[in-house]
Design a protein around this ligand. Structure first.
Ligand code: SF4
Length: 347
């Protein structure tokens, strides 16, 4: 069966089955390790809640944690090295991490492992190193494929280089994750939707992450914002923009494995401005479902709607924010039935 969700304009039923991440991930955050520069929007210490780490100290702690999980007969998770530029870390540090992860995999303590890096730091030698160690997935912090936005952020590479990096990762046989940042300086909501399309088609992403650009304290972006040189994307526009991107991914059958930065006490305190909300992901999915139904209804009113049971938690939107929109489509709460399965049926 086709993994994509075929949401057709004017259809009275369509499949609604957002693809899911397969196994749990245990992240090892290595803030700024290997990063050639500090990107103007990035504050890894606040984002991850992890201060400077020494690999020699933290790896044994993760080993213990994974042994405890195994002793409790929990499914082996995936291990992930996040928070920096893995493939630009000194070779000795990369080797330490890769040997560590390969050893855990051999013992069955993790099912696989992945790491994140930048598009300009994945040459063939780096990919060969990861492959030899058994790494399965590489996530690229592409941020955007748009040259104007990339230049405004001084990322140091262009859209063409980002695409070439995606191609190298795929050719080397890795699953490719693409991270995108809507609301970057120099970019528009349309640029983000275009970026999603490129990630899904030309780049061949196997999974996506959407991290709306926030103004975090201590970053260059904060200074630009305070000087009036940068305006973050308003939350409402961000939700609609993410819904556009999320729907594209859904139709392509590609999972969006994260929307918005993970909640962290240190992150909450660090946000100076920007489209942040603790329920960002479900607010986006609620809008996306509404859009899909509205499009299928093709301007007509609905008498009733059958929706998969697993949409119940977000169907009406955060604190019922979509009730007026559903009412405008003709739907009252008693006309919505949550049912088993993966089909949305209009009537
Ligand atoms: S965005 Fe990525 S490359 Fe830039 S400083 Fe943050 S972790 Fe490093």
């Amino acid at each position: 069966m086709d993994k994509a969700n075929d949401i057709q304009h004017g259809a009275n039923a369509f499949r609604w089955a957002p693809p899911k991440r397969r196994s749990a991930v245990v992240p090892v955050f290595l803030p700024f390790h290997g990063c050639p520069t500090r990107c103007l929007f990035c504050a890894q210490h606040s984002q991850t809640g992890v201060k400077d780490v020494s690999l020699k100290n933290i790896l044994p702690k993760f080993k213990m944690l994974l042994e405890e999980r195994a002793a409790k007969h929990e499914d082996a998770p995936e291990l992930a090295f996040y928070g920096g530029t893995f493939t630009a870390m000194p070779i000795g540090e990369q080797k330490l991490c890769l040997d560590f992860a390969a050893g855990l995999k051999e013992r069955g303590l993790v099912s696989s492992f992945r790491c994140s890096t930048r598009p300009d730091c994945v040459d063939r030698a780096a990919l060969a190193r990861l492959k030899a160690a058994g790494c399965a997935t590489l996530e690229l912090g592409v941020q955007s494929f748009d040259d104007v936005a990339l230049r405004a952020c001084r990322r140091g590479y262009g859209g063409r280089e980002a695409l070439a990096a995606c191609a190298r990762v795929k050719e080397a046989g890795f699953a490719l994750g693409v991270q995108l940042l809507p609301g970057l300086p120099g970019s528009s909501p349309e640029d983000f939707v275009n970026d999603v399309q490129i990630a899904l088609s030309a780049a061949g992403a196997d999974m996506l992450r959407f991290y709306p650009c926030l103004v975090l304290r201590g970053t260059e972006l904060e200074a630009a914002w305070r000087d009036g040189k940068y305006m973050p994307m308003p939350l409402d526009i961000c939700l609609e923009t993410l819904a556009d991107g999320w729907l594209k991914a859904l139709k392509a059958g590609v999972p969006v494995i994260r929307m918005g930065l993970a909640p962290e006490k240190s992150l909450e305190a660090a946000i100076a401005a920007g489209p942040h909300h603790p329920a960002l992901g479900t607010r986006v999915m609620a809008r996306a479902l509404y859009r899909a139904v509205e499009s299928a209804a093709r301007g007509g009113k609905l008498r009733s709607l059958q929706v998969p049971q697993n949409c119940r938690g977000y169907f009406w939107g955060h604190r019922g924010e979509l009730r007026p929109a559903w009412a405008a489509l003709g739907l009252t709460p008693d006309a919505v039935n949550f049912v088993q399965g993966e089909t949305v049926s209009l009537c």
